[in-house]
Unconditional design. Structure first.
Ligand code: LLP
Length: 441
């Protein structure tokens, strides 16, 4: 049934000729984001969770074309900052489809969002601390709020992205009911929220189930018409967060989305009348829709290993350096010519263990160590797969490197979605300061 819409697109599924053509036309490093695949991922989520509110965690990829694609597919937007709210508005999400999750929100973010809510009161603010509620009230905000709870249980591909259980996020579970009731006195309290973490794999479903069950309990407690001394709240939803994992290893199994959906529905049941389930996946929507293309510029055999130097690095894709994350890499070949002598077509080359390293002056700047690739030669193109989520989003200008370009594929047509930064872009925020004492003011 999933024939036309497989649960995962592997780096081996991309059209090598197409990617090589894009790299030739636009240079490297180059991100390629396939909007058709984004659309398919949205469709699969909506099919697995037909009765839930599905919100895209835009932090995974905030490109305008991606946001518009997700909007058209019918998902809402979950935003983590004023900047993300601003982008979502620009992409055409109106307040009723906007959820701002305020984590220790800077004053200027709250000012901005309170301003947006004045014009569009359907927007929802998710708060994880009483201070945030107070700060909203100080700004005259009396609109929709959702209370984020620390469910005391978490999951994720790495401890740095395991949010559930981390004290930073949400109010403690045993205070959640009280805080939500207090919020309802001052605001329109519409939901409760928890997020386990990012990159939940098939073997972490138990933690997910546990979190969902606790959130179901909380919703029932808050809406209970027979509760002593407390009026029932008119909640609209229970948001159990995102975090659905995607396989990065080429042979790792894909998450069975329908099984996750069934487990989620079962664990949250019975939902009180009028209360919906909500989810907010980011990675799942965009991860396998993107690749990063890098050109081999150096091949250096050493006694211990062969280092393959490429023009992309941790400034373009931070995940391997930051989380030791695995990204699949495929050699698309076509390197070396004339002076370097001919190299056999990539399909005829032997698999050789190589370390693929970037141009940044940090030892951690490597995409893999001693991994078997079809033997790379200078000029080859490498495709780093599953780079569509938290790829460009986490790019930086460290080492004064302009950020890469990104091409969007839409119905097969390639368009530059983000132009490559120039050296001039690196200094646009700098101002000259007087450097001789006499000239200082
Ligand atoms: N909702 C909330 C409140 C979140 O904080 C996040 C992610 C999501 C939803 C979406 O999680 P997802 O479905 O994308 O796993 N940079 C890291 C991931 C950080 C995720 C932070 N929060 C990485 O590259 O793995």
């Amino acid at each position: 049934a999933d024939g036309d819409n497989p649960p995962v697109r592997r780096v081996s599924d991309w059209d090598a000729g197409r990617l090589s053509g894009l790299a030739d036309a636009h240079g490297t490093p180059l991100y390629v984001q396939d909007l058709d695949r984004v659309r398919e991922n949205c469709e699969r989520l909506l099919a697995a969770f037909p009765d839930a509110d599905v919100r895209y965690a835009v932090k995974a990829h905030t490109g305008q074309a991606v946001l518009e694609t997700v909007r058209d597919a019918g998902l809402d937007a979950e935003c983590a900052s004023a900047g993300e709210v601003d982008r979502a508005l620009a992409a055409g999400f109106d307040g009723s489809r906007l959820h701002y999750t305020a984590v220790n929100p800077p004053a200027r973010d709250l000012d901005y969002v309170a301003g947006v809510a004045e014009a569009d009161p359907d927007l929802t603010v998710t708060v994880g601390a009483v201070d945030t509620l107070d700060r909203l009230a100080e700004r005259g905000y009396d609109g929709r709020v959702c209370v984020r709870v620390n469910p005391g249980v978490g999951a994720g591909h790495h401890e740095k992205v395991t949010t559930g259980g981390a004290a930073k996020f949400g109010v403690p579970y045993d205070r959640a009911a009280e805080v939500t009731r207090d919020a309802a006195e001052r605001f329109d309290a519409v939901g409760v929220h928890a997020h386990a973490g990012s990159g939940i794999d098939p073997d972490q479903l138990d933690s997910h189930r546990e979190l969902v069950a606790r959130m179901g309990d909380l919703a029932r407690e808050l809406t209970d018409p027979d509760a002593e001394g407390a009026a029932p709240l008119d909640l609209e939803y229970v948001d159990v967060g995102g975090g659905f994992g995607v396989p990065y290893e080429e042979d790792a199994p894909a998450l069975d989305l329908r099984a996750v959906a069934d487990a989620t529905r079962e664990a949250v049941a019975p939902l009180p009348e009028g209360v919906d389930l909500a989810i907010e996946p980011g990675r799942y929507v965009v991860a396998d829709a993107g690749v990063l293309l890098a050109r081999v510029n150096t091949v250096k055999p050493t006694p211990d290993e062969t280092v393959v130097g490429v023009d992309a690095g941790m400034t373009d894709l931070l995940r391997p350096a930051m989380y030791d994350a695995y990204h699949p890499i495929r050699n698309l070949g076509s390197g070396r010519g004339r002076e370097g002598g001919d190299a056999p077509p990539v399909g005829e080359r032997e698999a050789t263990p190589v370390t693929v390293a970037g141009p940044i002056c940090e030892t951690g700047d490597a995409f893999c160590e001693n991994r078997a690739l079809a033997e790379p030669v200078r000029g080859d193109l490498l495709a780093v797969g599953v780079a569509g989520a938290y790829g460009y989003e986490m790019a930086s200008q460290y080492n004064s490197r302009p950020r890469p370009a990104e091409v969007a594929l839409d119905d097969g047509t390639a368009t530059i979605a983000r132009r490559r930064e120039t050296l001039g872009d690196l200094t646009t925020v700098e101002r000259e300061i007087p450097r001789d004492r006499a000239g200082r003011s």
